[in-house]
Ligand binder design. Sequence first.
Ligand code: ADP
Length: 331
Amino acid sequence: MSLTTSQPTGDKQLGTGPDAPSGPSAAPTGLAPAPADVGATPVGMGQVLHKVRTPGEIERPAVVEFKHVGKTYNAGGANAYTAIKDVTFVVEDLKDKGEFVCVLGPSGCGKSTILRLIAGLEPQHPATRGEVLVLGNPVERPGPDRGMVFQDYTSFDHRTVLDNVTFGLECLGVPRHERYELGRQWIEHVGLNVAKDQSKYPHELSGGMRQRVAIARTLALRPRIILMDEPFGALDPNTRMNMQDLLVGLWREVEATVFFVTHSIEEAVFLGDRVYVLSNAPGTMLKELKVEPADRPSHEMQKEPRFQETVCYIRDLIGQLEESQRADAGP
Ligand code: ADP
């Protein structure tokens, strides 16, 4: 890795050096980027990079690159609306391991727009300005190298769990016996029970179980990039933590790069290797944090003061953004 902007990442070096802040109150809260010659700032379990990584700073080809990307909906029309502007970042292709990238920011700042531009989904795709590259090539349409999991339970009501999990494989023409065998493996992988669950229909499943089905359907296709748009947003807190732990385990196994949009700062800090924080609309990349990997269950990590310190730092940052958004909107 040729990242020049961050400090060493060993656990012992994070948040324990002489310059490390001693609590949430010590976390820097200014919105201006630090000068380029200052190293990453430790904040609990995270390191705030002094600038967002950009193309040219890592080994190529990158998994995803955004070069000065802008998106204006209804461009040229009376109701034109610019959702993101000049978004530039790069996610490198790590050997035998993908990065887990979480995207945070105030509501409406363009998080889903960014995710869907990577997916190549209309009307977000195509970008109005700039370039969106996946594995070195401009995105032209959706493709099997990118799988998406949405917040809404996207299973087909009239299909059983097994037929939902194997839907993508069926579309690819995988023979029935082969796809069912693979589908049953994935049903077990995501913590469902083949004997009990494979013949159930979505209305017979809890929200958590339905998201397990959606994840299995996406991962069965072994995409290189997994795009997740608030997939756990509708789940109760305990189910959500269980799903986070499940996802970390699955992600290590499939070695894919994950882009994960969430409103939950705790979820982002737990899951993310990287956390991107977007500015107010029109969204642009404001901060990039490198975060320690999730090596313990979610409920354990979330109790740790260093974890909370990172969460508080980001909460302050987003709080300031939302405050300035309200001020701009006026009374
Ligand atoms: P976020 O995911 O951060 O909440 P989105 O990417 O969903 O934000 O949306 C960013 C902004 O773009 C919002 O103000 C939203 O209303 C607007 N927007 C999203 N999709 C469309 C669309 N198809 N047409 C017009 N405006 C849109």
